[in-house]
Design a binder for this molecule. Structure first.
Ligand SMILES: [Mg+2]
Length: 388
């Protein structure tokens, strides 16, 4: 019964030029290679709109994920991770270790930090360039803590940075929450403050780590930093680098309809900056659908696969090239577009629990498979990969 919707979609796509199933996935199970001949697989799960809505598990996620620890003969490591999987989200704002703990609690399984790839995770690659430079981290949660844990030594959250400049936000007195923020500012950034004069040192880069909370203040101060060469209140200078963790225009949160994401913030900042500055805004966006993210996910899945085989075979290498890497997501322009661009061995599965709610496949970024829920997606994968 669970596959009814899968095959219904498959039939509905027969009239379209794009095939819903790839050839190897749609052939009869009797023609599948034996277990010993089979190559390996890995799974990347989006979180918002697939696994969780807000903090509530959806789509049968807990039971679906628990099945990846059972025995279907692919990696016979009883009681441990059998099919390598990770969470590939454009969200963030807290360290990967903390997110892993949260997910473990919400889903009832043991998630390790290396299984959590957030939008800002690629910022680690920029530590060598900005390790000892003054940088500003923008967004909800603990953006400065995230960057500090990556190894950046002179990082200030936007909340703290803005607090050093009197009257930089003319509306601050109308924002009652800023009083609470000031008393809650984290100790990580305070530790470095004595080694840096915020009013004299130029910001060398700005990182939008997670969804900004105070768009008005953040756009104002980012424009100040970016058009002055890193020191608000001074004359114009060369724009410092600006990095975004993701570029989602919208995403599925707890509210019934989509919410504006980091891509919407980027558009607002870019539109305003380009009106008040003679040069267009220069920036780099990470996150899905950036192909780098999928390459990085493949490398992490390979590491997880290798670790599982290492334990299973007492150290003898037993890994195979990935035959299929599944990307399960709810956002066609982010999850599905990214998997399509990444190409082999990625196989995209679109759920109807988040941004996408259509009966048919998405017109612009059609997935290899459309299902109702993540549980149906895992059913499909296990049935395809594990049936003798
Ligand atoms: Mg999503």
């Amino acid at each position: 019964m669970r596959f009814r919707s899968v095959f219904r979609v498959s039939q509905s796509r027969n009239r379209a030029p794009l095939l819903l199933f790839r050839q190897e996935a749609s052939r009869p199970f009797s023609q599948l290679p034996s277990r010993s001949e089979r190559s390996s697989l890995g799974i990347a799960f989006d979180i918002d709109g697939v696994i969780l809505r807000g903090r509530t598990p959806i789509g049968g996620a807990p039971q679906a994920l628990r099945r990846l620890y059972g025995d279907c003969g692919i990696i016979q490591l009883l009681g441990a991770l059998k099919i390598p999987f990770l969470f590939l989200t454009n969200g963030g704002g807290i360290p990967e270790s903390k997110r892993a703990s949260e997910l473990s609690e919400l889903l009832g399984i043991n998630i390790v930090p290396s299984q959590v790839v957030q939008g800002h995770s690629p910022f680690k690659k920029l530590v060598n360039r900005f390790e000892n430079e003054l940088i500003v981290a923008v967004g909800k949660g603990e953006p400065a803590v995230v960057m500090s844990e990556y190894g950046f030594k002179k990082v200030l959250s936007m909340d703290e940075y803005a607090s050093y400049f009197e009257n930089i936000d003319p509306l601050s007195s109308y924002k009652i929450w800023t009083t609470k923020q000031a008393s809650n500012s984290n100790s990580t950034s305070k530790e470095f403050t004595p080694r840096c004069n915020v009013l004299l040192d130029r910001v060398q880069a700005a990182f939008v780590v997670s969804d900004p909370v105070d768009w008005g203040r953040d756009i104002q101060v980012l424009c100040d930093i970016l058009r002055t060469g890193g020191l608000p209140g001074k004359v114009n200078g060369h724009q410092p680098p600006l990095y975004f963790a993701a570029d989602d225009l919208e995403y599925q949160a707890a509210f019934p309809s989509e919410r504006l994401g980091m891509g919407a913030f980027r558009l607002a900042l870019e539109s305003i900056f380009n009106r008040i500055h003679h040069n267009a805004l220069e920036y780099t966006s990470f996150g899905k659908p950036n192909p780098f993210v999928f390459k990085n996910a493949e490398a992490i899945l390979r590491h997880l696969q290798s670790a599982s085989y290492h334990v299973m075979t007492n150290g003898h290498p037993g890994c195979h090239p990935f035959k299929t890497l599944y990307m399960i997501g709810d956002n066609p322009s982010v999850d599905i577009k990214g998997a399509r661009q990444a190409g082999h061995p990625w196989f995209s599965i679109l759920t109807r629990t988040g941004v996408f709610r259509g009966e048919e496949n998405h017109a612009e970024f059609p997935a290899d498979l459309v299902v109702d829920t993540v549980e149906e997606a895992v059913d499909y994968i296990l049935r395809t990969e594990c049936t003798p």
